[in-house]
Design a protein around this ligand. Structure first.
Ligand code: HPA
Ligand SMILES: [Zn+2]
Length: 339
């Protein structure tokens, strides 16, 4: 008897994904060889063994170091192409991709090489992988606000490729209000706004991201749970939260997946989504994150469907409502959300 064909993975959008965090050890070594960049690791096994993080900063140190291998537009194309291929296999139909321009321009890589390189992969993502895409430029919050303003200036000739801005890197000590001016300038330019807040920083940072920066989504937002009034507001205003469960475990913001508050957050009425953050470093791509939380928290088919629906509801698809409706219909029609 023939085995039934395995069903396709649940269609989903990925809204919290740092493209530099998709740099797998194998690609890092091959780019290092191509560009003549020395790496302080003997092989991919030794590099992987360094992925044992105590907190956000210990991860960021390695993340920024390994980026040294990314030098040319072609490197960024190869990086994004590898991500899109993996994402498609895990059911991603729409990806809103973060990149960190300052981490590259600071090393002498031109802004244009980064955006054009990524853009070449994104331009063919629909045809090759069936994935629609957006690009979101993140500012490094541990650099001065002036550097973010200069980066927005550099971005101006490339705004046809950039949908929005975000805020990432070391959170504590760098409150959202530090970036009020650049967020206001970006809003004037018609850019969408998101920010990491409440990953390691306090609930106050989540409130500031909403009130001072005018963000439309909060990346992570876990620590909002410490403030019931803030939770009530996030529910009332339907502010999407882009959660990254495997990241939270690897960076020790939650103890184990079984302790992850995702299910409680859904029960509280929050609009939560599941994402991979930096999948090459945290042990899984977005489908792996869905499977992991489904297993650890005992999510049923309805809850998995809700997470996938939320991802499309929270996506920047306002100018393409027809597409959003199509993606939502694909979720509703999916025979087996656990796949
Ligand atoms: O998880 C993250 N948090 C903050 N900054 C980041 N930059 C890449 N990944 C992250
Ligand atoms: Zn992130």
């Amino acid at each position: 008897m023939a085995l039934p064909a395995p069903s396709a993975p649940l269609p989903k959008a990925e809204l919290h994904l740092h493209i530099e965090g998709t740099l797998e050890p194998e690609l890092a070594f091959s780019l290092a060889a191509r560009n003549g960049v020395p790496l302080p690791y003997a092989d991919t096994g030794e590099l992987r063994r360094a992925y044992d993080f105590a907190d956000l900063q210990s991860f960021l140190d390695l993340y920024y170091d390994l980026m040294a291998v990314l030098r040319t537009a072609e490197d960024f194309t190869d990086l994004a192409e590898a991500y899109l291929e993996r994402a498609a296999r895990q059911g991603v139909r729409h990806a809103e991709i973060f990149f960190d321009p300052q981490a590259h321009t600071a090393r002498g890589v031109p802004f244009g090489a980064v955006v054009e390189g990524l853009g070449r992969a994104l331009d063919r993502a629909e045809e090759r992988h069936g994935i629609s895409t957006r690009l979101i430029m993140c500012f490094l919050r541990d650099l001065p606000a002036e550097s973010a303003l200069a980066t927005l200036e550099e971005a101006k000739p490339h705004l046809d490729r950039i949908t929005g801005i975000g805020l990432d890197s070391a959170e504590v000590g760098h409150p959202p209000a530090k970036f009020a001016e650049v967020y206001a300038a970006a809003a004037e330019l018609g850019l969408r706004r998101v920010a990491h807040a409440g990953e390691e920083g306090p609930p106050e940072y989540v409130r500031e991201a909403l009130d001072v920066l005018g963000v439309e989504r909060i990346d992570h937002g876990l620590r909002a749970l410490e403030d019931p009034e803030l939770v009530e507001r996030l529910v009332r205003e339907r502010v999407p939260l882009t959660l990254c469960p495997l990241s939270n475990v690897r960076l020790r913001t939650v103890g184990t997946l079984a302790d992850h508050p995702l299910r409680r957050m859904m029960d509280a009425g929050l609009l939560v989504t599941v994402n991979s953050d930096d999948p090459a470093y945290f042990g899984g791509y977005v489908g792996d994150n869905y499977h992991a939380v489904a297993g650890a928290l005992g999510l049923d088919a309805g809850q998995l469907r809700e997470l996938a629906r939320n991802s499309f509801l929270a996506a920047f698809l306002d100018h393409d409502e027809e597409r959003r409706a199509r993606y939502l219909a694909e979720v509703d029609a999916h025979p087996d959300p656990a796949a």
